[in-house]
Write a protein that binds this ligand. Structure first.
Ligand SMILES: NC(=O)c1ccc[n+]([C@@H]2O[C@H](COP(=O)([O-])OP(=O)(O)OC[C@H]3O[C@@H](n4cnc5c(N)ncnc54)[C@H](OP(=O)(O)O)[C@@H]3O)[C@@H](O)[C@H]2O)c1
Length: 255
């Protein structure tokens, strides 16, 4: 889900590298077609598909799921990702921001999870598989301007843990990855905004974004994708119901 660009696309590429047939989605058809083209070049097969869908819309999520199962029959790995939520504080965010984030981030994850966990679970996963939610390292700290993201993603963390319990015995593992700052379009926009608003040069703006990270750099999307590739692989078969933070050590939490 949400995979024509950024982290979602990096994960799709990583899975295509393992010759998986991949279904990706996004709202912009042109970007989606280009992404599918790139995926087909990687795995050399025509078994990769793009479905135009806006995760904020229930009907689009239904279409996405239906077409995915029609195309693939069953699935091995479901990566639940989404777009960015608006920055803002309790004072600055309005009801529309809250409603949109609720539908796009939380309810899209709930709707997809409901299908994967219901009576069709065996049919969909054929007795083994993985669900991986893309969250955010910031969820663990109740500070900053990412209130919407943190609140909706706290719900997703509960959902993932619940699912890891309820799917026990079905062979499906459920995990969460929580990235810090990674080199995607949105983060570049943030760097450019800092350059304009605060008159910083690029280097200082990048340092500002990565300021609490002991490695002192922004992550590369392929590094997150590599983690997801590991999680869904056989070598991680005892990994279940957990959240892995990947942020260069930026989080101040001990565990
Ligand atoms: N990058 C980071 O540093 C970072 C850190 C922590 C958490 N995250 C989270 O990880 C997720 C992905 O971030 P990213 O940086 O990879 O974003 P990105 O580079 O902006 O890519 C987002 C992807 O999702 C699609 N998308 C966005 N909104 C959508 C919607 N409503 N329905 C369907 N597809 C949608 C976009 O395509 P269209 O625009 O064509 O729809 C695009 O393919 C976000 O939820 C973000 O909050 C990112």
């Amino acid at each position: 889900m949400a995979s024509s660009k950024g982290l979602g696309f990096a994960i799709a590429k990583r899975l295509a590298n393992d010759r998986a047939e991949v279904v990706i989605c996004g709202r912009n058809k042109m970007h989606l077609d280009k992404a599918v083209d790139d995926l087909q070049k990687i795995d050399g097969c025509a078994g990769d598909y793009g479905i135009v869908a806006d995760l904020a819309r229930r009907s689009d999520v239904d279409i996405l799921l239906r077409h995915t199962f029609e195309l693939l029959g069953s699935i091995d790995c479901l990566v639940v990702n989404s777009g960015h939520m608006p920055y803002g504080t309790l004072e600055s965010l309005n009801d529309g921001d809250w409603d949109h984030s609720y539908e796009t981030l939380l309810m899209s994850a709930v709707r997809v999870s409901r299908v994967a966990s219901g009576s069709r679970c065996d049919e969909i996963f054929r007795s083994w598989g993985d669900i991986v939610y893309v969250s955010s390292a910031g969820v663990h700290e109740a500070t900053g301007h990412l209130l919407l993201s943190k609140i909706m993603r706290s719900g997703i963390a509960v959902l993932a843990k619940h699912l890891a319990d309820t799917l026990s015995g079905s062979g499906v593992r459920v995990n969460v990855v929580a990235p810090g700052y990674f080199d995607t379009g949105r983060v570049h926009k943030r760097i450019e905004a800092l350059m304009v608003d605060e008159g910083l040069n690029r280097e200082t703006a990048i340092e500002r974004v990565a300021y609490i990270n002991p490695l002192g750099r922004i992550g590369i999307a392929d590094e997150l994708a590599e983690l997801v590739g590991f999680i869904v692989g056989d070598r991680a078969r005892y990994l279940n119901g957990t959240t892995i933070v990947i942020d260069g050590g930026g989080s101040r939490l001990v565990m």
